[in-house]
Design a protein around this ligand. Structure first.
Ligand SMILES: [Zn+2]
Length: 304
């Protein structure tokens, strides 16, 4: 027994880091912790991503458990103060580590984590994570990369029924933000969680994505009968929350295609395609030039 308490005390001490997380109510059933429109660093310690909870009646559903063990635990404590009930499942919307390094906390509670099959191919659980390299040791303490326990295959929609609520995990059938994006759709609640297919307060990063597939996926979401659209970054939650990402990617594709057609080289295109309407959006300076370059390389070959 003494050994048990020693372990408990050690865990409490090591995980003492606090983010000061506060949940925001999206609708009757949904609460989210909205991250800052920044890249991960030692100031935000990974609190630059969204993590959401759905009240299914007798259980919570977690959509993206956040960037660290400490974050997941703190978010869980805050949500438990709203309504005390167990977590049915945790869903990982995609492989970028700001969204899922909190898995370890929920696995320690014995909860299953669902994610795209891409995790198995693309994530090396023994490698040092981006998060570990960029945030403070205190915030990262107890975090280790834990992959989903249930994998969703590409081009499949997995239907879950929990507490009588239908939940559809739609594995996007094309490369969009990544090669394994999962949309979490709750038809009755007219709510969809889009992961990083939707950014609405900062520019998206095209680094691991495909501009054509991404636009196609956004067009599909725009056709869906939803009232609440929640992205992986940004605190807008209404149906037009897709507009920033959609408008940016469509304009980017048009301008890059025009550059390719007129024979403008990639270095010149990166300099001339400014898209100044978006220059006041967070992370423009960090992301835009690289997005032009990535889009150019994709469209140069893909549009032939
Ligand atoms: Zn991402």
């Amino acid at each position: 027994m003494r050994a048990f308490w020693a372990v408990v005390l050690t865990v409490l001490q090591v995980s003492a880091f606090e983010y000061g997380l506060k949940p925001e109510k999206v609708n009757d059933k949904v609460y989210c912790f909205f991250g800052k429109p920044e890249v991960m660093d030692t100031k935000n310690n990974g609190n630059m991503v969204n993590s959401c909870f759905v009240d299914l009646g007798k259980h919570w559903l977690v959509v993206d458990p956040g960037p660290t063990f400490a974050y997941a635990k703190e978010a869980w404590n805050e949500i438990s103060a709203i309504k005390k009930m167990p977590v049915a499942s945790v869903i990982n919307t995609h492989v970028h580590d700001d969204h899922w390094l909190g898995n370890g906390f929920y696995l320690s509670l014995g909860v299953d984590v669902l994610g795209a099959a891409a995790f198995e191919e693309e994530v090396n659980p023994t490698a040092v994570t981006r998060m570990e390299q960029r945030i403070s040791k205190e915030a990262y303490a107890l975090t280790s990369p834990k992959l989903p326990t249930i994998l969703v295959e590409q081009e499949k929609t997995l239907q879950l029924h929990i507490d009588g609520v239908e939940i559809r995990l739609i594995h996007v059938d094309t490369k969009a933000h990544t090669s394994g994006d999962i949309l979490v759709y709750l038809p009755k609640m007219q709510t969809i969680f889009c992961g990083d297919v939707v950014f609405n307060d900062r520019l998206p990063s095209l680094r691991d994505g495909d501009i054509n597939g991404w636009i196609e996926t956004l067009e599909m979401i725009k056709e869906m009968p939803v009232e609440y659209v929640i992205g992986g970054h940004g605190n807008e939650v209404q149906a037009d929350a897709v507009d920033l990402t959609y408008n940016y990617l469509v304009q980017l594709r048009n301008e890059v295609r025009a550059a390719i057609e007129t024979g403008e080289g990639i270095d010149s295109a990166v300099k001339t395609i400014k898209m100044s309407d978006f220059s006041s959006v967070a992370l423009y300076a960090e992301m835009h030039g690289r997005n032009v370059e990535t889009a150019y390389r994709m469209l140069e070959w893909g549009d032939e």
